[in-house]
Design a protein around this ligand. Structure first.
Ligand code: ZN
Ligand code: ZN
Ligand code: ZN
Length: 386
């Protein structure tokens, strides 16, 4: 599966392009500094400037223990600088993430300047991708690659998930409901039930009204996604293979769509239950309405049906009938006294256990190592070899 392979830039290729040599000249100190910065980025190391003045430029690799070092000095009588000493071999592993210290604003600006001149429509996302493509910056640790290879993709990639996710990812539905009924946790059981019943009644009523106000086939969130897919559909060339199968061609790839089994080779249709842009292109080409090909759960009709059932009102407690009351002849009157369960009360004040949804939502602070710049550990706990 070529598609699954992780692309790691070839360092040897970058090396040949960015070789330095003793005696190499730069027209001025600015060019020298810029060239060295470009090399540092291409080869994934941080440059530490030891000295930079009118007569010399000395820089080393920032990794402790790495011998890489360059000494450039001014040639007498001309603005030219030349490399005098050079230890060109790194023993460090280099910097393999995007928090690259040499990638300053100025560097990024210079490297995209020419491309923006060629194409004024160049978007920020494309600029970033272009820098990655040309300089091979990768965001992941090298250690992670064997891990990915050991576990099958359906365990970590949404695209390979077996089954339908309907585009949803929720951690802890129970906590959400718990929080929803938080106010009534302290109430006696009858009042608690009553509180939940009232809340459900207003919930159903509100949603029933919202559902009735919609005039589309699909609920708004699904409608929006299908409209986006339809908007993207004209980008594709559609080739019809037979009654139900289509080949959807774009500049990057070809996808196969089957409208009868509702699948696309990009897997989005079967994962989300909503037609992807390829599916929309195929459906439009044969005069079908893409909205109708969404899973039934996304329709307004299903939404209305969900909240169509009534929650019956309960009369006041004073109106409740006693057990056995009203039975013919009164013979069925039963005396049942329900005893509380036998429990032993533990010593001390009872602990209050409250799960709060906010705790699940609050993003954890992510530490970044000051030494290797990777996320998830501090400098003190860094285990990266020098
Ligand atoms: Zn180094
Ligand atoms: Zn698709
Ligand atoms: Zn580290």
């Amino acid at each position: 599966m070529a598609d699954r392979a992780l692309i790691v830039p070839d360092a040897s290729l970058a090396l040949s392009e960015h070789a330095l040599a003793i005696g190499q000249e730069f027209p001025n100190v600015e060019t020298c500094r810029r060239t060295l910065k470009d090399i540092a980025i291409a080869l994934h190391f941080d440059l530490r400037i030891v000295k930079s003045d009118r007569s010399r430029f000395i820089a080393k690799c920032s990794k402790v223990g790495c011998p890489w070092r360059v000494h450039v000095a001014k040639c007498p009588g001309v603005p030219t600088f030349s490399i005098r000493t050079l230890h060109g071999e790194h023993t460090c592993e280099g910097v393999h993430n995007l928090h690259h210290q040499q990638a300053s604003v100025g560097w990024v600006a210079r490297s995209v300047e020419a491309r923006i001149r060629d194409n004024p429509q160049f978007k920020p996302k494309e600029i970033l991708q272009d820098i990655r493509d040309r300089h091979g910056m990768i965001e992941i640790s090298q250690d992670v690659i064997p891990w990915f290879q050991d576990f099958s993709p359906q365990l970590w990639a949404v695209a390979y998930f077996e089954g339908m996710r309907f585009g949803h990812f929720t951690l802890g539905v129970t906590e959400l409901l718990y929080n929803w009924a938080l106010e009534c946790h302290e109430l006696p059981v009858v009042q608690m039930m009553e509180h939940i019943r009232l809340q459900l009644t207003s919930w159903f009523n509100n949603r029933r009204e919202i559902g009735m106000s919609w005039t589309s086939i699909l609920v708004p969130s699904a409608e929006k996604r299908v409209l986006e897919a339809i908007a993207d559909a004209p980008c594709y060339q559609v080739l019809r293979a037979n009654e139900v199968e289509f080949e959807i061609v774009s500049t990057e790839r070809t996808n196969i769509v089957d409208i009868s089994s509702r699948v696309c080779s990009c897997r989005r249709w079967q994962l989300n239950g909503l037609p992807c842009a390829h599916a929309a292109a195929a459906l439009i080409s044969c005069g079908q309405n893409a909205h109708v090909f969404a899973e039934p759960c996304f329709t307004v009709a299903s939404y209305r049906e969900t909240y169509s059932e009534m929650i019956n009102p309960i009369p006041d407690k004073s109106q409740w009938r006693e057990l056995g009351e009203g039975t013919e002849g009164g013979v069925a009157r039963v005396d049942i006294s329900i005893r509380p369960p036998k429990t032993r009360r533990p010593p001390g004040r009872p602990k209050k256990k409250v799960l709060r949804v906010e705790n699940f939502k609050r993003p954890k602070r992510v530490v970044q190592c000051g030494r290797c710049h990777l996320l998830g550990h501090s400098q003190k706990k860094c285990t990266m070899p020098n």
